[in-house]
Design a protein around this ligand. Structure first.
Ligand code: SAH
Ligand code: DHB
Ligand code: MG
Length: 193
């Protein structure tokens, strides 16, 4: 099921940028470790990481996943239905920056996965820290940006944001943070209870 969902994403014309299987397993493990009942994903694509996360959550858990592109959301809905997760996972279509304020009233959240446009990561982090319960977990994909975060010759704005995001996780005394180094790196942080 997971393999066929991942393979279907480029076949249906979406970019082949879903997390890798080992990264998905890690997200599932994080969701299980914090016994997630309420989670948000920022950047759905074809629903591949959403299936991993939902499968790590409590049986009565609810994942809300945010996607700007309606065409991506349609593919994700199909995949969530195939995986039998339509009741647990809700895809909301729109710009995450506009949708997140409306989620606050549902919180606090147990788990947040950030994987949308990299320029937005500092805003997504700020929202997450304000809407996570103590003991909750934040994960963020593309910590390495293909290795470019450690290339001092590259100073593009979006890379500076990735660097600042990683530094904030590492230096915030409220957090216990590290990077899972498979694939493109998943930064993660546990909000101290
Ligand atoms: N998490 C997915 C991959 C996400 S790829 C997986 O691993 O399976 C990034 C997705 O974020 C794309 O589908 C893109 O359309 C979406 N996206 C980018 N900027 C966004 C924004 N501001 N709000 C919501 N979605 C956004
Ligand atoms: C891109 C985005 C991602 O989340 C990713 O994992 C790989 C590439 C991109 O926008 O190019
Ligand atoms: Mg990514």
């Amino acid at each position: 099921m997971l393999r066929s969902i991942r393979e279907a994403i480029p076949k249906r014309g979406l970019p082949a940028i879903a997390v890798r299987p080992e990264e998905g397993r890690f997200l599932q493990a994080l969701a299980a470790a914090c016994q997630a009942r309420l989670a948000v994903e920022i950047g759905t694509l074809g629903g591949y990481s959403a299936v991993w996360i939902a499968r790590g959550m409590l049986a009565d858990g609810r994942l809300i996943t945010l996607e700007r592109e309606a065409a991506h959301a349609r593919v994700a809905e199909d995949h969530l239905q195939l995986a039998g997760l339509s009741d647990q996972v809700e895809v909301r279509v729109g710009n995450a920056h506009d949708l997140l304020p409306g989620l606050t009233e549902l919180g606090p959240f147990d788990f947040v996965f950030i994987d949308a446009e990299k320029q937005g990561y500092l805003d997504y982090l700020e929202w997450s820290l304000s809407n996570l319960r103590p003991g909750g977990i934040i994960a963020a994909h593309n910590a390495f940006r293909g290795g470019r975060v450690v290339d001092p010759d590259i100073t593009a704005d979006a890379l500076e944001i990735s660097r600042e995001f990683n530094r904030r996780l590492a230096n915030d005394p409220r957090l216990i943070a590290s990077v899972f180094p498979a694939g493109d790196g998943t930064a993660f942080a546990i909000l101290r209870a």
